[in-house]
Design a protein. Structure first.
Length: 118
């Protein structure tokens, strides 16, 4: 029987993470940085997510590492996460390069199956 997924607090996304992520997103947007996934402008921290480039499953020690973080619209991040989970279920190798994109050539992102924000 598969084990249940831990809730966000149990996975490290508690009060400390939320405060850190809010500051990180505020600084990202104040610097004029666009969504890391679609490239569109972001105007406020409402409906944005701080995304780990290298999954924490692979590198849990990088939870608060700014070099492993990027900010994206919530819907872009949700789409990316869903695609990554689907890839894992289909047997794609998970992992990202220094550009934050999957390293597996068979991954949908590397086959041009990317949906951009509208």
């Amino acid at each position: 029987m598969a084990s249940e997924r831990l809730n966000p607090s149990q996975r490290g996304y508690g009060r400390r993470w939320r405060a850190f992520a809010r500051r990180f997103a505020d600084e990202w947007i104040a610097a004029g940085q666009p969504c890391a996934l679609c490239g569109q402008a972001m105007r406020s921290t409402s409906w944005v997510d701080v995304d780990h480039i290298a999954p924490l499953v692979e590198e849990p020690e990088r939870m608060f590492d700014p070099m492993n973080l990027r900010v994206a619209h919530h819907h872009c991040h949700a789409r990316r996460t869903a695609q990554d989970r689907a890839a894992a279920e289909r047997g794609y190798r998970l992992g990202v390069g220094s550009d934050g994109l999957p390293t597996d050539d068979a991954h949908p992102f590397n086959r041009g199956e990317v949906n951009k924000c509208k």
